[in-house]
Design a protein around this ligand. Structure first.
Ligand SMILES: C[S@@+](CC[C@H](N)C(=O)[O-])C[C@H]1O[C@@H](n2cnc3c(N)ncnc32)[C@H](O)[C@@H]1O
Length: 235
């Protein structure tokens, strides 16, 4: 069932079930995020800034400075991560998001900050588009794993593109988060939404990131979320 942990193959997909948020599915492509929801998110970001876990992710990614670096922000939402890294000195960013409404909001924010010419926008499923994406120094996935069933593909393909650092915010793998996932998914079914919340196994995520040649750099957690930053050792 969606909302549970990854299954044994690490895909996060219950055996035989590809119905919720599989690659290429419209909900993985983010179409469930309505323009109204996204507008509220953008208003809240402009009023209060990013949430604590996003701030931790940014801190972890920029720890040794970001001057001139490139950023790949997957599932960027309103663009909080790459906008802050650009403000801190990163050269350019790619924002790839399955949600056209979120990409519009991120563009709006970039226009407001005068960074539009430093960001490239892609609408679509990262897993499908990854073969055509170039590597970036810093790769971020802020609360994206929890929206996507095929965690293995998402992590493997994104970690491979990280030249220096790789950061994730994703749900803690605890009984209360699995319970919360089941409740959220029950509500989603009730309201006929196609999005599902996924609580993937931490050990599976970590194994895939380290297989990609990255080593742990920092780890912080709240009651609900974990923020993990990795780096690629200098050869
Ligand atoms: C919960 S929102 C988080 C947005 C933002 N990163 C934040 O933390 O506020 C998840 C975002 O990830 C996007 N997303 C999920 N899976 C994706 C995928 N495979 N490729 C591209 N975007 C994806 C969704 O469209 C959505 O915009």
């Amino acid at each position: 069932m969606a909302g549970s942990q990854s299954n044994r193959d690490g895909s996060g997909r219950p055996d035989g079930d590809r119905s919720a948020c599989g690659p290429g599915c419209a909900c993985a492509a983010g179409n469930e995020f309505s323009a109204g929801e996204v507008r509220r998110e953008l208003r809240s970001y402009r009023k209060s800034g990013p949430p604590r876990t996003t701030r931790w992710l940014i801190e972890g990614l920029r720890a040794d400075g970001v001057d001139g670096l490139t950023v790949l922000d997957i599932g960027a939402g309103v663009g909080a991560v790459h906008q802050q890294l650009l403000a801190d000195g990163a050269a350019r960013a790619i924002d790839i998001d399955g949600s056209p409404a979120f990409v519009d909001a991120a563009r709006d924010e970039a226009a407001r900050r005068g960074t539009l010419d430093r960001v490239r926008y892609e609408v679509g499923d990262f897993v499908a588009l990854a073969p055509d994406m170039e590597p970036a120094d810093l790769v971020a996935l802020d609360r994206v794993l929890c929206c996507y069933s095929d965690m293995a593909a998402l992590v493997r393909l994104s970690a491979a593109l990280a030249g220096r650092r790789y950061g994730l915010v994703y749900p803690r793998d605890t009984w209360w988060m699995r319970l919360a996932g089941r409740l959220l998914n029950g509500v989603a079914v009730l309201f006929r939404r196609r999005t599902r919340a996924w609580v993937h196994r931490t050990a599976d995520v970590e194994a895939l990131v380290t297989e990609a040649g990255l080593t742990p750099r920092s780890h912080r957690a709240t009651l609900y979320w974990q923020v993990a930053v990795y780096e690629r050792p200098v050869a």
